[in-house]
Design a protein around this ligand. Structure first.
Ligand SMILES: [Zn+2]
Length: 211
């Protein structure tokens, strides 16, 4: 005997058009905030204050050259219970470098951040640019790559001062799980972070998690 196939009817509106539900129709949404390119002498602290006021932990992908200039800020990030990752020393496009240079970019920063990296070492390649060669070196040095699926474009003048907030919300709304790219080196990011978090919370059923 052949089982009769169940008929699935897509929900439609009054005009008979198929409705595509926005996520989530049920269940909860996970958001992980990440901040790249710091630590910055003034803006990172402002970002930390806003995160603390909202009781949110985030991940900071730091550049070795900025860690060297602002070691006290690194301590503040760690003291706030946030996660710290390696974002290279000088922010190059790694796929354009030779293996020795790639290794040096990661290792110089690794040495500066050694006390803060923990067992699960996180790495984010600048511009999200990596290939099999880069991946092999990253893995060999004990790191795993953390990418993003929401790009606020907060670094782009066209999305400043606060257009990046709406751009980020439009993307977060569509995802069950979001890893959000921001930069704690721009005043305009620190200025509008509290509003961004409020608008994420206004989407409802949101859990903030940390890598
Ligand atoms: Zn970067």
């Amino acid at each position: 005997m052949v089982a009769k196939k169940a008929t699935v009817v897509d929900p439609t509106d009054a005009q008979g058009r198929t409705l595509i539900p926005k996520y989530p129709t049920s269940g909860r949404r996970t958001v992980r905030l990440t901040f790249d390119d710091g630590p910055h002498p003034t803006e990172t602290e402002r970002v930390l204050e806003t995160l603390a006021a909202n009781e949110i932990k985030a991940t900071f992908f730091m550049l070795g050259q900025n860690v060297q200039k602002n070691p006290g800020i690194v301590q503040q990030v760690a003291a706030g219970g946030h996660s710290i990752g390696n974002h290279t020393y000088t922010h190059p496009n790694l796929v354009e470098l030779c293996a020795h240079e790639i290794r040096s970019e990661i290792e110089r920063t690794d040495e500066l951040l050694a006390a803060y990296l923990g067992d699960s070492k996180l790495f984010r390649p600048p511009y999200g640019s990596h290939d099999e060669r880069v991946d092999a070196i990253v893995a060999e040095l004990g790191y795993r790559i953390i990418s993003w699926n929401v790009d606020t474009l907060d670094w782009d003048r066209r999305y400043q001062s606060d257009k990046w907030v709406q751009h980020g919300i439009d993307q977060i709304r569509e995802h069950e799980s979001s890893t959000v790219l921001n930069h704690d080196v721009h005043k305009t990011t620190a200025d509008h972070l509290d509003d961004f978090i409020a608008r994420i919370n206004a989407l409802g059923l949101t859990d903030f998690e940390v890598h």
